[in-house]
Design a protein around this ligand. Structure first.
Ligand SMILES: C[S@@+](CC[C@H](N)C(=O)[O-])C[C@H]1O[C@@H](n2cnc3c(N)ncnc32)[C@H](O)[C@@H]1O
Length: 316
């Protein structure tokens, strides 16, 4: 099945839902706030549009989805305060794949609109939120129609399993579900080439949809050249292996399964942006966050997380 039909985060609000397991992603949104603010304000100053059209790509479903809308609205407010002008009406397009649980987001909207009105009062223009199902590796909006794109924690998802992995008779990455320390250079190359192709396409499509002088902020999981390749996906691969040994899943299924996922280095990202040529890169930053979302640093609750609790958090 194609990745864009099969892939989605767990919907609803249950224990294993994305909504209840997206603290690490929330941390990213909080850390990127100054960058987002700077970029929205710059875009607003450049364009001073009558109304603002913003799209969040890979919005998923949960508290983060509307948190990002609030962040953008705050930044627009700040820009208008500086310019001493009336904030514009804003239209937000929330995009994700067709399997995304859009209904859970839509149910949150009445309360969200009320909270917004209470917080911002009459001074703020109206806010309209719409869902846009479809892959960001295809066109999603009319040409020259969007002022600002945001996408967080999504671009590391590829459009498909790397072509190079599936073209040979013996699967190139047999026994693994992602790049591991034992993977051959050909596996790494196949992943990198798929990312290059996908990210270039993504940039070209967004440049067609963005108005001139529009802005974009993207965050995605990356790695530093010096990082070990070990990730939670190694552990998931090992667990699936054990499940094959226990006859819980068929070996052929594990052999043919590879994650459509790649974590580029900042340099790889920069090279693709330069080579594609539609965008001028203003800022690239590395934000470091542990896989346990650094929960021990959390000041919200007075809980000390021991190793077992951290492991459960990461597993969820
Ligand atoms: C980890 S979630 C991030 C959600 C949210 N942006 C956040 O920061 O909490 C990644 C999202 O990207 C979406 N995604 C992956 N590939 C996509 C594609 N080709 N087009 C649109 N969305 C995609 C997934 O369905 C998922 O909801």
């Amino acid at each position: 099945m194609a990745a864009d039909q099969a892939l989605h985060m767990n919907g609803g609000v249950g224990e294993t839902s994305y909504a209840n397991n997206s603290l690490i992603h929330k941390k990213v949104l909080v850390k990127e706030k100054p960058i987002l603010e700077e970029s929205v304000i710059r875009t607003y100053h450049n364009l001073a549009p009558q109304w603002l059209k913003v799209a969040d790509l890979g919005c998923s479903s949960g508290p983060n989805t509307l948190f990002i809308v609030s962040e953008v609205i705050d930044a627009v407010h700040a820009a208008c305060f500086e310019l001493n002008c009336q904030p514009p009406d804003c239209q937000f397009f929330l995009n994700d794949l067709v399997g995304n649980d859009f209904n859970t987001i839509f149910k949150l909207l009445p309360d969200f609109y009320k909270k917004l009105e209470k917080g911002k009062g009459q001074k703020f223009g109206s806010c309209f939120i719409a869902g846009v199902p479809g892959s960001f590796y295809g066109r999603l909006f009319p040409s020259n129609s969007i002022h600002f794109f945001h996408s967080s924690f999504s671009q590391h998802w590829l459009s498909q399993v790397p072509k190079g992995l599936t073209s040979s008779v013996i699967p190139l990455n047999k026994g693994n579900i992602y790049v591991t320390e034992t993977s051959t250079p050909a596996v790494m190359r196949a992943y990198m080439e798929q990312f290059q192709e996908d990210f270039k396409l993504f940039l070209r499509l967004r440049s067609e949809e963005l108005v001139q002088e529009g802005g974009m902020v993207l965050t995605f999981i990356g790695r530093l050249e010096t990082d070990e390749l070990i990730s939670p996906f190694d552990l998931i691969g090992m667990t699936l292996h054990d499940m094959v040994l226990e006859a819980i899943i068929e070996e052929s299924k594990l052999v043919s399964f590879d994650l459509p996922f790649y974590t580029p280095t900042p340099e790889e990202g920069r090279e693709i942006i330069d080579a594609e040529g539609s965008f001028t890169l203003q800022r690239i930053e590395v934000l470091k966050i542990g896989w346990d979302a650094d929960i021990n640093e959390s000041e919200e609750e007075n809980i000390v997380f021991d190793n077992k609790m951290r492991a459960k958090f990461i597993a969820n």
